[in-house]
Design a protein. Sequence first.
Lengths: 548, 200, 76
Amino acid sequence: MKKQYAPGMMTKPGMTVSRWIDGVMEKNELIDQDSNLRGLFFWGHAPNSQTRGLEMKRAMDKLDLMVVVDPFPSATAAMAAMPGKPEDQNPNRAVYLLPACTQFETSGSCTASNRSIQWREKVIEPLWESRTDHMIMYQLAGKLGFGAELVKNYKMQQVKGMDEPVPEDILREINKCVWTVGYTGQSPERLKAHMRNMNVFDVKTLRAKGGIDKETGYQLDGDYFGLPWPCYGTPEMKHPGSPNLYDTSKHVMEGGGNFRANFGVEREGVNLLAGDGSYSKGSDLTTGYPEFDHLLLKKLGWWDELSDDEKKAAEGKNWKTDPTGAIIRVAMKNHGCHPFGNAKARAVVWNFPDPIPQHREPLYSNRSDLVAKYPTHDDKKAFWRLPTLFKSVQEKNKDIGKTFPLIMTSGRLVEYEGGGEETRANPWLAELQQDMFVEINPKAANDRGIRNGEYVWVKTPPMLAVPEFKGIRVKAMVTERVDAETVFLPFHFSGRWGGVDLAPYYPTGAVPVVRGEAINTATTYGYDSVTMMQETKTTLCQIERATA
Amino acid sequence: MARMKFICDAERCIECNGCVTACKAEHDVPWGVNRRRVVTLNDGVPGEKSISVACMHCSDAPCMAVCPVDCFYRTDEGVVLHDKDVCIGCGYCSYACPFGAPQFPTNGTFGLRGKMDKCTFCAGGPEANGSDAEYEKYGRNRLAEGKLPACAEMCSTKALLGGDGDVVADIFRTRVLQRGKGSEVWGWGTAYGKPTGTKS
Amino acid sequence: MTLKTTVVVTALALALVGCAEKAQTAQTRKSDSKPWDGASTTEFTASGWKAGDQASWEQQMRTRAQGQNEYSRATP
């Protein structure tokens, strides 16, 4: 596998998706890799959920290769196809659209935001030329020379005459090795038994009250629905999943836990492990303790609870690298201890730029007094391979509030999801939200002569550099939902660009029912100092009534 | 058997429009025809409330009373249905209905009103149960399949209840007993359990 | 009907057909079957009741309505 990577790149943290455009556009000597970003896969991802859309269009034009893998062509296809600046156009650029299957055309596991996992069944065979993501990955890996390695632990099945990894085996491979976050107990068999017996789960606690699966005889009693991760140990250990994290009122084998010992045992003379008397219910160790490894088990005299075979495999390992899961079993099942240790949660995160959260004014703020009082971080030379600016952007823009006085925030709607191409192509959802809009307070609207339902131009600081771009043209919703200095726009729309309908640039027959301006065409530079998360929640704009 | 009824618990309705989408999907309702709608009062202001509205299947239905061609009828369970083949699209039922339930498709020559369409309580219409003709004109007949209206069954918070009026009233009464009185106190505690006494 | 009326009615009917509106022929309501008779869509029919049996259908309606009552499936 190493030979697939350029030297030094295999273990190097990569560029984040929020910054891909800088990977393309930034000066080569300033990025921390040999060449600029030249090729991009948009795999089930929409571009209009990323900020700085005006710059993104330019980056798209410069790429050598762009591949869109999606059931819907998504805004990527239209954005790539629409005309841009002639000097940005790479004559060698190749754009491919690969139709991917929806979740109905394949089976597989799916994790919900409450950490429960469900098993989804295939409802129909893949339509037209679409292929599942895992088939596309396998075929791509094959072309790159490591297809056999990718699927070596999977059985393959035939779908429309082509090889496709069996989804159950993909989950089983995860079960075999993702010990750290507890993705090991949720076997396909346990999850399917849950799906067949949803009625035995209490709807408030999500815990099964009895229940025996007719098909397999699996006993559901005590399981939490979907075995919410962390679900530790092997499936045979039958951990019930963790409904709430760090709950010391429950035994670890009932989904309880304590806080992990992730940060060492001692710092500056202070013990980081839990104090005496703080432990999960029924634990044999009633003090703080570090993560479990073979040494700790031996010290405690519990090593002989492993079988001879398990001892051979677990020798020299810790609970995260023991391939048998025996260290976890002995710690949790036999002694009620948490394999990741028992330590204090920390309120001071000493390895972050701000160990305790500090208020720092956004890069684009209409309060220059607060910018002076709560300035942002210093610029970073290389952060995930790219120079990342903070102070220099804030300094340059400290008076921009005079031209762009309204705070602009973006967020979600119920009816649409993500970039919106899939949901805006659904006529029943599209009918419920037919127009891209801006929520504006009555005072702010009246000061600008804007009436409810009228079209307005929303302008933001990046447009100063692109005078031919008039702004994004959206409908005004005059409402008390926002206060007089804030406006809200949903981010799910795409298919219009500066007032122009992009319908001609979609593949024939793939135009969504509803199109609208993307707010992220207008959003600005700004990234979190730890995660590189993009700033979508606060920037500045000005709004004026559209006369044309 | 009591008559079939809808209740929408305004304490729980979150304006998700799941009921509207379920109805659209189940019956392939064309664009512009709103068998069910969610109405929001005081939008954007504390105290905002939403409620899902469709045909209420009135005991003494005004639509039935005013129809000049007598295309309406009421089933033994109290579901108010009509025969689209008899309907002349005059719109009189639309004037009469206090809930705005009768809907009229907007296509057709010269913007003429088509046949009236409305919520059927998922009971189809006067065609054979489950037939193609019934589906084309009235949508799915879920009652004949032993199911309840799609909107109520899909409601994400079980704000919208539908079914035997006695059962529905009983469920609603249990809720009110559990959570106590107080539409002025709002929050999760009110909708799903006892109010905590403090405003959330 | 007079000849003139017949001509007018025929012309109107033809005009209706021409603009894809269905001709209005029905004068009285068709009669409807009862829901407990069941539907021809047996593959989508819920289990637990017998088609043709009114009492069985009414019981099914009551049982199914309890699916909307989480107090029957939750600890208080």
